[in-house]
Ligand binder design. Structure first.
Ligand SMILES: [Zn+2]
Length: 397
């Protein structure tokens, strides 16, 4: 909660002051520029207060563990595997005349793991990092050349790097226009700028709403879309840009991960994450029931298992009172039992309709077919049904 006056910040892209409100999170506003549409945290905390968030405590107990570095132990093979997709990505986009491996500058190099991966592949690397603990870790533990300075103040000749990288950095900096211009100054003609940043147009933002963890105005000062990112790059003089959405090694399961929320126990998160109420804690595991298969997706283990022999019988509808009535009606009407059991018009068809309508509502920000709470009730009911109905049981056949 802010305990000091907040500071109004003009748009980093077009200089406009006027905004339209988008979110208020942790008592801090996030607003959209009236002129160009760039979304930013304004008014915001002072730079000193923002910098104070990146404490030694944060570095040791949040940042390092989030990278898989526990008790300071760095597994270099893990680093190779983790960052291989980026090394391949850069190789695939290296312009003609620039050979990879070449010279790489990382702005905001953090603990240096990304930089270390490139060093291990033969790249000549340099990092800048304003967090002293992180820079020291990179120098002493990873033996990297990392300077404790802002990129703007780096003592290096202009046009001296083949690649400049900023991984999850641009959303944190006070003025992204200046930072991108600095990156361009250090790039050789035809060099490559690699940036990773959250996408404000992500499906998970629409689905998870305000609790979406990316919306965090004390640390994330800017929120880009393809449109505003393109404008930022063009303003700094970059000739062309490529957006990589389905990134190798992470992909849609990670992009849509329901873990990225500040409200993990909310109905909305739970309904988004799953149609099974068995998920505890929510968001690490997704189960989708189909008529023939159940798909189990474990986000932590990064595995997907298709259970081809469902534990539920085709006669599942019998345990639903409403369905029993329908069944009775159909029997009296002389309908064929097997046709009915195999018909598209049964419990699962109804669920399919409900689930489709639910996802449509998320994708289009439209009203829900039923409330999130009711989606959860349906999920809980389904779990109970699957528990009670024995394997291959049921009286219809
Ligand atoms: Zn603007």
């Amino acid at each position: 909660m802010p305990s000091e006056p907040l500071v109004e910040i003009p748009c980093a892209l077009c200089g406009e002051g006027a905004t339209r409100p988008r979110y208020v999170k942790f008592d801090l506003p996030i607003a959209e520029c009236d002129r160009c549409g760039l979304v930013r945290a304004t008014p915001r905390c002072s730079p000193e207060r923002i910098a104070a968030r990146y404490s030694r405590e944060y570095f040791l107990h949040e940042y390092l563990p989030s990278l898989g570095v526990i008790d300071g132990h760095v597994d270099e093979h893990f680093i190779d595997a983790r960052y291989a997709p980026w090394i391949r990505l850069i190789a695939a986009h290296t312009p003609a005349g620039v050979s990879a491996p070449g010279r790489l500058l990382e702005i905001g190099s953090g603990a240096g793991l990304f930089l270390k991966a490139f060093t291990r592949q033969g790249w000549d690397t340099l990092g800048v990092e304003v967090n002293d603990d992180a820079a020291q870790f990179a120098r002493e533990r990873l033996h990297l050349d990392v300077r404790s300075t802002y990129a703007e103040d780096l003592d290096a000749p202009p046009s001296s790097f083949d690649v400049v990288a900023m991984m999850d950095v641009i959303e944190h900096v006070p003025n992204p226009s200046e930072t991108v211009a600095t990156a361009r100054r250090f790039l050789k003609p035809g060099g490559l700028l690699l940036m990773q940043t959250p996408n404000l147009d992500a499906f998970s933002r629409t689905a998870l709403g305000e609790p979406w963890a990316v919306l965090s105005p004390a640390e994330h000062l800017y929120y880009f879309t393809e449109k505003t990112m393109t404008a930022l790059l063009e303003k700094a003089g970059f000739g062309s840009s490529t957006f990589v959405w389905s990134f190798a090694g992470f992909g849609p399961a990670e992009t849509m991960n329901a873990r990225y929320t500040h409200a993990p126990a909310s109905w909305r998160t739970s309904a988004y994450a799953t149609f099974s109420a068995d998920i505890q804690p929510p968001g690490h595991f997704l189960r989708v029931y189909g008529t023939k298969n159940i798909i189990h997706a474990d986000f932590n283990m990064r595995t997907v298992v298709v259970e081809a022999a469902p534990r539920f019988p085709s006669s599942i509808g019998r345990v639903l009172p409403a369905f029993s009535e329908a069944w009775g009606y159909l029997r009296e009407a002389g309908k064929n039992v097997k046709d009915f059991a195999n018909s598209e018009f049964h419990y699962f068809a109804g669920m399919k309709t409900l689930v489709s309508a639910f996802y449509d509502s998320i994708l289009n920000d439209a009203p829900l077919p039923v409330s999130y709470r009711d989606m959860n009730r349906v999920s809980a009911m389904m779990d109970e049904i699957f528990r009670q109905v024995p394997q291959g049981g049921g009286q219809l056949s």
